[in-house]
Design a protein around this ligand. Structure first.
Ligand SMILES: [Zn+2]
Length: 448
C-alpha cells in the first residue's frame, strides 16, 4: 500500500514534517519513505491510500485505561454523590466491576475499541477487573482486541478486596494471559501483557509477596499508586512505609513496571522511581474528575522519570488528554508557563512510544522505514504555518479527533474514509444496550 498526498509527521527525534513524500507499507511495516514522484514511478501498480492533503502521523498511544468502566456511562449512583475518591471506589467502581459477566467484559472492551479507532488511538494499555468472572476475562478482551485490529496490553488487577480466592484467581488470570502471550500464539504480536495490581490500599504484605514470586522474569507490574492520600496512609499503616518504598521493598519497581497516577508521592519516592527507571502514567482528566490533585509531572520529568500519558477510562480521544494536561497544570500552578506543549508531546508521543515498544517488542509511534505501519490521517488544514517547532501547539489548539479520517494498524486499514472496517458500531452499541439493564440491576444489588 502506497500512502500518497499527505503531509507526513514522522515524530522521529528530532521530529520531521515531510511534504511531497510517500510511504510504502508492506505487510505490517513501513518499508520505504521517499519522494512521492519516484515512489509512484517505482510502484505503479501498488494499492494506494490517498491522504487527500491531510496530515499523516503515527496513531495515538494510551498508557493506562480501563475498558471495564465503559458501562458506567449514564449510571445513577444511589444516595448522596461520592464525596471523595475512596467513596468513588466504594460507591461506583467496586459495585460496577462486580456486576460484570464475561459478555459484559467483552462488550465493554468493544465499545472502547470502537471509540479508540474512531479517535485514532492505535495502542492501549488496559487494566481490567471483573471479580465475579475472573478466569477467562482477559481472553474476552483479547478476542475483542483481535477483532478490532488494534494493539492492547492487558492485565488483571489483583486485589484482596474479594477474599483470598479472588486474590488467587487474579494472580492466575495474569499468569494465564502472560503465558498465552509468551507462547506467541496470539494475534500477530498485537497483544502484550503485564501483571496487574490494584493499589497498595487493597493489597496485603502477603499478597504482594505472592505476586512478586509469581510474576515471570521480564514482566512488569501495572499498579495505581497514591492516586489519593489514603493510599499513602494505608501503606504506612500496613507496612510503616510509604507506597513506593513498600513496592521497592517487594522488588516490584523497575524498567518494566508502570506506576499509575503518583499524585501524592514525596521526593524520596520520586527518587526511587528515577533510580529504578520505573514508568509513571499521568491521567489529568481522571485526576480532575476525582478531584485528587495533580502529580508533579514536570518535576518528575526533570528527575529523569519517564512519565507517559493515559486516559484512565475517559474517552479514547487522546488529544483530549493532551489538552487537559496542557491546561490543568497551568491552572493548578497559576502560571501559564507551566506544562508547555512540547512537554505534553514528550509524554504522549515519545515516552508512550518507548513504553509501548518495550512491551510489544516493536517500533511504533514513529513513521520511518522499518517501523510498524500504525498511523492515522487527520484532515487538518492549518491557516497559520506549521513547523516542527510549533507543531506541538497546533496539536493542542488546532487538531481534534473529529478530523481523523483513516486509521491503519499493522498495515491493516481499520477506519477508511471515516468508515469502520473491522467493527460494527451500530451492532455493538445495540447489543450493549441490551446488556445494560441487567448490569445496572446487579449494580443496585451489589451497592452497599
Ligand atoms: Zn486507573
Amino acid at each position: 500500500m502506497l500512502v500518497i498526498n499527505g503531509t507526513i509527521v514522522t515524530w522521529e527525534t528530532p521530529n520531521r514534517i515531510l511534504e511531497n513524500q510517500a510511504m510504502l507499507v508492506r505487510g505490517s511495516k513501513i518499508v520505504e519513505l521517499g519522494p512521492q514522484d519516484s515512489l509512484l514511478q517505482k510502484y505503479p501498480n501498488e494499492e494506494r491510500l490517498d491522504a487527500k492533503n491531510a496530515f499523516v502521523m503515527p496513531g495515538n498511544l494510551c498508557a493506562h485505561t480501563h475498558f471495564y468502566g465503559a458501562f458506567s456511562r449514564g449510571l445513577a449512583i444511589p444516595g448522596a454523590a461520592p464525596a471523595d475518591f475512596p467513596e468513588k471506589l466504594s460507591k461506583l467502581w467496586w459495585p460496577l466491576d462486580r456486576s460484570l459477566n464475561l459478555e459484559d467484559v467483552r462488550y465493554s472492551a468493544l465499545v472502547c475499541l470502537v471509540d479508540a479507532i474512531r479517535h485514532g488511538t492505535t495502542t492501549l494499555i488496559d487494566h481490567h477487573a471483573s471479580p465475579d468472572f475472573i478466569e477467562g476475562s482477559l481472553d474476552e478482551i483479547a478476542q475483542a482486541v483481535d477483532q478490532s485490529g488494534l494493539r492492547a496490553s492487558l492485565c488483571y488487577e489483583v486485589t484482596d478486596r474479594n477474599g483470598p480466592a479472588g486474590t488467587e484467581a487474579g494472580i492466575n488470570e495474569n499468569l494465564r494471559h502472560i503465558r498465552n502471550i509468551k507462547s506467541g500464539k496470539t494475534h500477530d504480536g498485537r497483544l502484550a501483557g503485564m501483571f496487574g495490581l490494584h493499589a497498595n490500599l487493597t493489597l496485603s504484605e502477603k499478597t504482594l509477596e505472592a505476586c512478586r514470586k509469581a510474576c515471570p522474569e521480564g514482566v512488569g507490574f501495572h499498579i495505581h499508586v497514591a492516586e489519593h492520600p489514603v493510599d499513602e496512609y494505608d501503606s504506612l499503616e500496613k507496612s510503616g512505609m510509604r507506597a513506593i518504598d513498600r513496592l521497592n521493598k517487594h522488588g516490584m519497581l523497575g524498567p518494566q513496571t508502570l506506576v499509575v497516577h503518583a499524585v501524592h508521592i514525596d521526593v524520596r519516592e520520586m527518587e526511587q522511581l528515577a533510580e529504578t527507571s520505573t514508568w509513571v502514567s499521568h491521567q489529568p482528566r481522571s485526576n480532575m474528575n476525582n478531584a485528587v490533585g495533580l502529580p508533579m509531572v514536570e518535576s518528575m520529568l526533570r528527575a529523569g522519570i519517564k512519565v507517559c500519558l493515559g486516559n484512565d477510562g475517559f474517552s479514547n480521544a487522546m488529544w483530549e488528554e493532551w489538552k487537559a494536561a496542557f491546561l490543568a497544570h497551568k491552572l493548578v500552578n497559576l502560571d501559564p508557563r507551566r506544562m508547555p506543549a512540547e512537554t505534553v508531546v514528550e509524554m504522549a508521543v515519545y515516552n508512550n512510544a518507548q513504553l509501548v515498544n518495550q512491551q510489544f517488542g516493536i517500533t511504533t509511534g514513529v513513521l520511518k522505514e522499518g517501523a510498524e505501519a500504525d498511523f492515522i490521517t487527520a484532515e487538518y488544514y492549518p491557516f497559520t504555518p506549521v513547523t516542527e517547532g510549533n507543531l506541538p501547539w497546533h496539536m493542542i489548539f488546532g487538531f481534534n479527533e473529529s478530523m481523523i479520517r483513516d486509521v491503519v494498524v499493522a498495515g491493516k486499514v481499520l477506519l477508511r474514509n471515516r468508515q469502520l472496517q473491522t467493527l460494527d458500531e451500530e451492532k455493538i452499541a445495540y447489543h450493549s444496550q441490551k446488556l445494560i439493564p441487567q448490569v445496572w440491576r446487579r449494580f443496585d444489588e451489589k451497592f452497599i
